[in-house]
Design a protein around this ligand. Structure first.
Ligand SMILES: [Zn+2]
Length: 439
């Protein structure tokens, strides 16, 4: 059976999302306490037990459980309450207004991820009101601090609640439906790249800018950065990614299809078209380590040569790569003992979640009900989500926001005028409910 919600339920959901967006949870500082209280009140009104735990003043994490028959281990619906900052002057509506214009609900968090949080919340309300008793408990876990690393949020909760590891799987943000040039498909992120952030620093002779001497700290730094920038990392194909390309092959132009069908073979053969395909930034990020220079610091005064210079580089590694090994590679690329390269944040290197589990199949079936004949593919997300903490414990995690977004709307995540269409809210909650009912 395919779930269809009525207009009253959609209106209620839209109202809740507007109110939720109006609670400013910009992180830093987060202030998720108000958001947690807001969610708690809604859940408790429905007779669902809720606990809020505060890692520090004004921060909060929330757990609510829809009780099942206890036949299987629980499933977690994970979402984060914090959002990234929004520069109000750049937006066409105030970013915390939740304003609706032309069928879109605007606001920071509409996509990332208060919108998805509300889909999960409404799924629980829907099941509770219909009197559905699932085999297993369904846990609604709303956390703080995802946008700055999850230390006060998911990590904090897992350190205190080992029972959260006793679950069959997690649904979380990440992939979603893609609309691109008349084609659509659904990406379910089963894996994410490994974060490795490094600092590169140099020292050199300083002095008055009128008499430059030898190699300055800045010159050494620029030379090191240029080597990194110009380095071409070899493609690395993990099974998740080759399966992704195999599944979306039918959507590609004719001459590309055989390459998408068997990307490993194309790589072995040195297929010239492969280079062209992987030059696209999104395909490139799924098949290569990347290194983006994001911070550059040196000098204060225009007539003084500084003695120190520093840069930070945000690297995202293909899963299976140890950050320490990658730092060694960077040192070899720079090949200069006067340049100091050190890791400032090394992420967790975790294996991908399998795509032959009941949870993955539940997504395939639910999407098939609402968009018959469509393609659902496992995916490697270039960014990071809190799923890494669960995947590290071997728990299958499926990062999937059931919205269908054209590329330009996807790019609004963390961007200006972030918004979600009311049509997507309807589609999303119907798919989310059916994912759970199809488990
Ligand atoms: Zn997010």
């Amino acid at each position: 059976m395919t779930t269809k919600i009525d207009q009253t339920f959609l209106d209620e959901m839209v109202g809740i999302l507007q109110d939720y967006i109006r609670i400013d949870t910009t992180n830093p500082p987060g202030n998720e306490e108000m958001a947690a209280k807001f969610l708690k009140e809604i859940l408790e009104t429905e007779g669902i037990n809720v606990t809020i735990e505060a890692p520090s003043p004004h921060r909060a994490n929330l757990i609510a459980t829809l009780k099942g028959q206890g036949k299987g281990k629980p499933i977690i619906l994970l979402n984060h309450m914090d959002v990234v900052p929004a520069e109000a002057s750049q937006w066409s509506v105030p970013p915390f207004s939740g304003e609706i214009r032309d069928g879109y609900l605007y606001g920071r968090g509409a996509l990332d991820m208060k919108g998805m949080g509300v889909l999960e919340l409404m799924t629980i309300l829907y099941l509770k009101r219909k009197g559905v008793i699932l085999d297993h408990d369904l846990i609604f876990l709303a956390v703080a601090d995802e946008e700055t690393g999850g230390i006060m949020g998911t990590k904090w909760m897992l350190d205190r609640h080992p029972e959260l590891f006793e679950v069959d799987g997690i649904f979380n943000e990440g992939g979603g439906g893609v609309f691109d040039q008349g084609k659509n498909w659904y990406e379910v992120s089963t894996s994410q790249k490994v974060l490795c952030q490094v600092q590169i620093s140099t020292k050199g002779e300083g002095g008055h800018a009128s008499v430059p001497k030898g190699s300055s700290a800045i010159a050494k730094l620029l030379s090191a950065l240029e080597k990194i920038q110009n380095h071409t990392f070899s493609p690395i194909l993990i099974p998740t990614v080759t399966e992704y390309y195999r599944r979306i092959a039918p959507l590609q132009k004719k001459e590309w299809q055989p390459i998408f069908q068997d990307m490993e073979d194309a790589l072995r053969r040195g297929e010239p078209l492969l280079k062209e395909i992987l030059a696209d930034p999104l395909h490139h990020s799924m098949t290569h380590h990347t290194a983006a220079i994001t911070v550059l610091r040196a000098g204060e005064k225009v007539n003084v040569i500084p003695t120190e210079a520093m840069a930070r580089v945000d690297c995202r590694l293909i899963p299976g790569t140890d950050p320490d090994d990658f730092i060694t590679t960077l040192k070899e690329i720079v090949n200069d003992p006067n340049v100091k390269i050190e890791g400032i944040f090394k992420g967790i290197n975790v294996p991908p979640s399998p795509h032959n589990t009941p949870l993955f199949h539940a997504i395939e079936r639910a999407v098939g009900l609402h968009d018959p004949g469509s393609i659902v593919a496992p995916h490697l997300v270039p960014g990071a989500t809190d799923s890494r903490y669960f995947r590290a414990a071997g728990i299958p995690c499926y990062d999937f926001i059931p919205f269908r977004l054209p590329i330009e709307e996807r790019m609004l995540i963390h961007g200006i005028d972030e918004r979600v269409s009311l049509e997507n809210l309807r589609f999303g909650v119907e798919v989310m409910i059916d994912i759970i009912l199809n488990l």
